[in-house]
Design a protein around this ligand. Sequence first.
Ligand SMILES: *Cc1c(COP(=O)(O)O)cnc(C)c1O
Length: 399
Amino acid sequence: MDRSEALREPLRGASHLECTGTGTIIDCEQLIGLSSTGKPLFARYDLEAIRAAFTPHAVSSRRSDLWRYEEVLPVRNREAQVSLGEGWTPLTEAPRTAARLGVRRLLIKNEGINPTGSFKDRGLCLAVSRALELGARELALPSAGNAGSAAAAYGAAAGLPVHVVVPSDTPAPILEEIAALGADLQLLDGLISDCGKVVRRGVEEHGWFDLSTLKEPYRVEGKKTMGYELFEQLGHLPDAIVYPTGGGTGLIGMWKAFDEMERLGWIGSERPKMFTVQAAGCAPMVRAWEYGAQHADVWDGAATYASGLRVPGAVGDFLILRALRESGGGAVAVSDRAMAEWVARLGADTGIFAAPEGGATAAAVQPLMGMGLIHEEDEVVLFNTGSGLKYAGMKPLDG
Ligand SMILES: *Cc1c(COP(=O)(O)O)cnc(C)c1O
């Protein structure tokens, strides 16, 4: 490396944070939640400075976890990169499911093989690593289940205490896992939004750092790595991505990744059509999409056995709806019974035991084709966001 190159070698980490509502720029060297206007903050990077060296070719021989993308991740010091082998999950060809659904090509991004069995590991890996680096002492979050497991795991790996508040009807295997991973587990008769209130009290009274999705800036950075991986594994972006949406962090993250990848020169202006799938018993984004709204009203009486989709309101609602709109995608709701049927079909067709949320993505394809949004000639990627094993004993609520 000559001297001019050495001088240009960038710091690892973000350059600043930006409010997704107002565009206001904020210093990123502080533990922080939402912006002053109550919107999620996005980490921004000096992409011009890393563009020459951070290429798909350079990345191709790196470690097989999400830290292969460290230049576009917010952690500055390698010692703070907590890792349990998260990310770089298989993108599995599913020809029998493609034939069954009548699309040209169908692939499944199988997030069930992450360390705690769901893609929540990606987000919590980054949030915990960065919180560790910035000096957080106690972590907390409300969860529908899988985020609690992931926070407990990464908190344990980082040596930081974690408080997890979950609804009492969270699947038993997930409760056992959270407890086994050493977290302080609190059960509540209520929804994830009620659990959020308990966490906020802990933040005020005990100084906990709140890891709620999109309420700190870095879970979305972990989830965006799914976008980089998809491109690396496929060699291009697919025509359509079908994503089971709760808080929407993965969809928002991938949309952000595509924007970064264009600025880095990895891709052009092409984008996949982004599709949100929700449960018929909790579909705030689908309802907002159908009304053409910019924000989603909170869903009353949320009910589905797909616990990751039981999210009545999302702080990033406007970012989800914007990505659906700008990509030419859409949103659809499916019944619990349809999710369960597709979990069985996917299992028999592919060898992947999907979570109900993964089943939901397969269940959504034919309705989306019926709406003229997915076509026979499309190459479609379904996100199986978790392992079916985590839902042992759970039954469809409308089945
Ligand atoms: C959390 C979760 C979802 C929803 O993910 P978001 O990024 O919050 O929309 C989907 N599936 C599973 C298995 C989950 O745990």
